[in-house]
Design a protein around this ligand. Structure first.
Ligand code: ZN
Length: 171
């Protein structure tokens, strides 16, 4: 006679037995259970049919132009000049998840806040002035400084013009 426990044990072994036909031949208890239990027998047949279908399934072929396109693109990439440092950095910024950058950004922000914005830039520029090799960084700092001054002047102009005009004319 069969119990629910038997059925559970038998069904849990079915996936393994599907792939090991030798094991199936030597497993007399398995075959006897299937012969006496219609439910498990049905389950076993369905499993076999499912896997037979999977065997027939064919991977779709790629399009006829796939290889040609791939090789053309590979040739382009190989023929292209090696990327400069700036380009690689740009790619890194574009395609990285940013996870690696976050600590660096947080650190940079903390540094800027700690140094105190403009005064920190001036100090850094004075420090860099003694070093000719860092002229690119110096230029960047000059641009930042000029931008800050321009913004400040614009703010002042807006304040003054706002005070002179008073309330905007209503028509
Ligand atoms: Zn059973």
């Amino acid at each position: 006679m069969t119990t629910k426990n038997d059925c559970h044990a038998i069904r849990s072994r079915m996936p393994d037995l599907l792939f090991e036909t030798d094991l199936l031949k030597t497993r007399a208890d398995f075959r006897e259970h299937l012969a006496s239990c219609p439910a498990c027998s049905h389950e076993w047949q369905e499993l076999q049919m499912t896997f037979a279908l999977l065997d027939e399934w064919k991977t779709p072929e790629p399009s006829a132009y796939f290889d040609g396109k791939l090789h053309a693109r590979l040739r382009d990439v190989i023929a292209a000049p090696p990327e400069g440092l700036l380009e690689r950095f740009r790619s890194f910024l574009l395609f990285s998840t940013g996870r690696q950058l976050r600590p660096a950004l947080a650190g940079a922000l903390a540094l800027v806040l700690a140094v105190g914005g403009g005064s920190g830039l001036v100090g850094l520029r004075q420090h860099l002035s003694g070093n000719q090799a860092s002229s690119a960084a110096l230029n960047d700092l000059n641009v930042l400084d000029n931008n800050a001054q321009a913004l400040q002047q614009m703010d002042q102009l807006l304040d003054e013009s706002g005070a002179d005009e008073g309330a905007p004319p209503t028509t």
